[in-house]
Design a protein around this ligand. Structure first.
Ligand code: HEM
Length: 206
């Protein structure tokens, strides 16, 4: 479902936050029939993306449902109203890349379940799924980076900048320290409990 909901989000961004879409794709120059970049290293100085795979016209199609639609580039926005392109582009690539891998992992699982049950006894099968297990969380964090870094410098797009929304209330930092402490304690406690559980299960097996 993620690629479908992601596609809907991207189409919405194309209309309402075009600078974010341009940063996601590291798309600097406004053009019709814009290509979709997969991967690549962003060179913000030269306004280029090196070592990418470019799929012709695909960005125009994915964003507007028309292969020749115009996609605004970052250069159409004042320099102080552009998000950090490299962070947003890498986070977007990470999210979509992991989403695609998770999709294939899901398909592989159902193939195994329905017609290749012998794969269940292969250590590589379980290694693959052990590696894939935390990937959903990484994709999720990458998604939030796209959303939040991608909308900078605005906290309310076109109306209020993030720097103007910072609270002047003193002492806020202490509530931050408190949260760090609470969550660190929870992390340690949960790790200890899970470890104990695994050891107890192993012990009861033999
Ligand atoms: C596979 C293709 C995917 C596409 C095309 C996609 C697309 C997008 C887009 C365009 C956004 C920005 C939304 C905004 O700023 O308004 C976004 C945000 C997000 N994505 Fe993805 N995504 C994909 C996969 C995933 C996966 C696999 C996960 C997690 C398991 C994920 C989790 C998130 C989260 C948590 C956000 C931030 C929440 C939000 O803005 O609604 N995405 N995604």
């Amino acid at each position: 479902m993620q690629p479908i909901s992601g596609d809907i989000s991207a189409k919405d961004i194309a209309k309402r936050q075009p600078a974010k879409l341009a940063a996601m794709e590291a798309h600097y120059h406004t053009e019709n029939g814009a290509p979709l970049y997969i991967g690549g290293i962003v060179d913000n100085e030269k306004q280029e993306v090196n070592y990418k795979i470019a799929i012709p016209k695909a960005l125009s199609f994915l964003a507007f449902g028309d292969f020749d639609a115009e996609v605004k580039g970052l250069n159409d926005f004042p320099e102080n109203e552009r998000p950090n392109v490299a962070i947003v582009h890498y986070a977007f690539q990470t999210m979509v890349g992991l989403g695609t891998m998770l999709l294939f992992a899901g398909v592989l699982f159902f193939i195994t379940l329905s017609r290749k049950k012998e794969w269940f006894s292969k250590p590589y099968f379980w290694l693959l799924f052990s590696v894939m297990a935390p990937m959903g969380f990484i994709a999720l964090e990458a998604g939030w980076i796209v959303t939040e870094v991608g909308r900078q410098p605005w906290i309310i797009h076109g109306i209020m900048k993030t720097k103007d929304a910072v609270t002047p209330v003193p002492g806020i930092v202490y509530s931050f320290y408190m949260y760090v402490l609470v969550y660190s304690t929870l992390t340690i406690a949960v790790t200890w409990l899970m470890n104990r559980q695994i050891k107890a299960l192993n012990a009861s097996k033999y």
